[in-house]
Design a protein around this ligand. Structure first.
Ligand code: NDP
Length: 246
């Protein structure tokens, strides 16, 4: 295992769920963490364990706005002088069948999950090339198999996987590690933003039917991938609740 002490991370989607747990876990491992999201009041609730000198600073970030992404990366490098790890995690899941969909939901998912995460990777890449750093992409088990009702969300995560693999091939020989983490059902507020009331109720029932993962379970996977020796890249991790079949 390599130490993360004193190294610098940018975590997107850090105002709740997986991103919040990742930010706190990385700070607990001694990293200087820049935690970004749109809801700054939620970011303010993050607390860093100071045990190993870790620190969290927050930045207002909308990944659908390319300039906001560039500003967050610039703020990170100005504040801490380098960028070693990016956890590209911001996402929305506004699922529902195609026939009855509000296409505004599709737009938000594509803008956030797909294009937004591409903007983040693009803006961070020069710095990761400099530090021979690590990019961790939050995909999903929906990026492995689509099912009725989640076509567009799955399409964004299939897209994330395609982008991730292409980028890995482009930069791995230059020492940048590109990692994909695909969680199954995690107990976060993700499904609570579904706009169709019927689907919202179904999603809540589905999540209640299994022993879901906790955000910390995914943060542990991020820590595992990030602390491997430089010559080891954990390319892909899929983590499902034991009770989750598909
Ligand atoms: P949450 O809803 O708790 O977190 C989503 C995060 O993304 C929030 O911090 C939110 O912050 C942020 N976000 C959304 N839109 C934007 C935006 N435009 N710009 C910046 N940040 C944004 O859900 P999770 O923690 O579960 O989700 C995190 C990632 O994990 C997502 O990519 C999701 O697809 C993925 N995932 C989750 C699973 C689950 O079962 N929970 C399963 C598989 C993958 P804010 O609104 O403040 O901007």
């Amino acid at each position: 295992m390599q130490s993360l002490e004193g190294k610098v991370a940018l975590v997107t989607g850090a105002s709740s769920g997986i991103g919040a747990a990742v930010a706190q876990t990385l700070a607990g491992a001694g990293m200087k963490v820049v935690a970004g999201a749109r809801r700054t009041e939620r970011l303010a609730e993050l607390t860093a364990t100071q045990e190993y000198g870790g620190e969290i600073v927050t930045v207002k970030l909308d990944v659908t706005d390319e300039q906001s992404v560039r500003d967050a990366v610039a703020t990170t490098v100005e504040r801490f002088g380098r960028l070693d790890l990016v956890v590209n995690n911001a996402g929305v899941m506004l699922v529902g069948p195609v026939q009855t969909a509000d296409t505004a939901d599709w737009n938000r998912m594509v803008q956030t999950n797909l294009l937004g995460s591409m903007y983040v990777a693009h803006a961070a890449l020069p710095h990761l090339l400099e530090t021979k750093g690590t990019l961790i992409q939050t995909s999903s088990t929906s990026g492995r198999s689509a099912s009725a009702g989640n076509g567009v969300y799955a399409a964004t995560k299939f897209g994330v996987n395609a982008f991730t693999e292409a980028l890995r091939q482009e930069v791995t020989a230059q020492g940048v590690r590109v990692v994909s983490i695909a969680p199954g059902m995690v107990d976060t507020e993700l499904a609570s933003h579904v706009t169709d009331p019927q689907i919202l109720a179904m999603a809540a029932k589905l999540y209640a039917s299994v022993r879901t993962l906790s955000p910390q379970d995914i943060a542990n996977a991020v820590l595992y991938a990030a602390t491997q020796p430089d010559h080891v890249t954990v390319n892909e991790l899929t983590i499902r609740p034991t009770d989750q079949v598909a």
